[in-house]
Design a binder for this molecule. Sequence first.
Ligand code: BJW
Length: 235
Amino acid sequence: MPPLAPTDHVFVLSGAGLSKGSGIPTFRDAGGLWEGHDPMEVATPEAWQADADLVRRFYDARRLNVERCAPNPGHDALARLQQALGPDRVSLVTQNIDGLLSIAGAPEVIEMHGSLRWLRCEHDEGHPHVLVRGTQDPERRCGECPGRLRPAIVWFGEIPLHMDRIEAALQRADWFVSVGTSGIVYPAAGLVRFARHIGARTIEVNPEPTGGGFDQVIAAPSEDALPALVDEWLG
Ligand code: BJW
């Protein structure tokens, strides 16, 4: 791997594969049905309207699992990189909702699909968010209106969070590192095309590479590959 130049900016986009080594299944793991449902159908505003209990149970189960999990060496390596070079030179954008990069000590993580730790009003995202641990109290309502509280997660058809910050960071990228994402879900899946367009060097870390035309592919689990990559970069 070529070394980082002293002012290089590294943009990391991570997905579910980053947390696989922590015991959190990926979104599209083989046979990944949950209580007989396709997760792609549960993670929608339509599912919430049709059966809020089902959607709550889906996210409660995932929250309970995540609370039992710890960061793996892949999270630790990315946190170490951002600690060493600073958030101005290392942008960590994640599609994951598990919070493990922050728990690993990364100073600034952009969670573009939201977070399991927060609930929000079903009617107005601007109403105060509520922290949650374990299972959600289904009776608790928004503090400002009669709306129910729903997981503060970006579902299909909703606009991902912090897109302006993500675009600003991407424009400065010299390196684009895709970690553990299938590249199926947009707009995250389109970021690499923009990175390529501005001349960033692109790297994929994935034991099952996506064939997305990256300059370099590290076909290995991120919990093995990232510590070595970061060691190399930090010397
Ligand atoms: C390892 C590993 C190890 C395994 N180490 N790696 C047609 C064309 C284009 C777009 C659309 C379209 N039809 C509909 C759309 C839009 C839609 C979309 O993209 N749909 C696709 C299915 C086609 N997107 C949206 O609706 C988004 N909003 C939107 O587009 O708004 C308009 C807009 C336009 C322009 C700008 C801005 C906005 C919203 C998307 C919300 C996604 N939400 C979910 C669920 C919520 C979170 C949750 O419950 O977890 O987010 S879906 C789900 O997929 C989840 C994930 O974050 C996301 C990505 O999945 P990820 O992380 O890639 O996981 P997997 O499982 O797919 O892959 C894991 C990878 O890890 C694999 O490759 C493994 O090999 C690898 N791996 N072990 C490293 N140890």
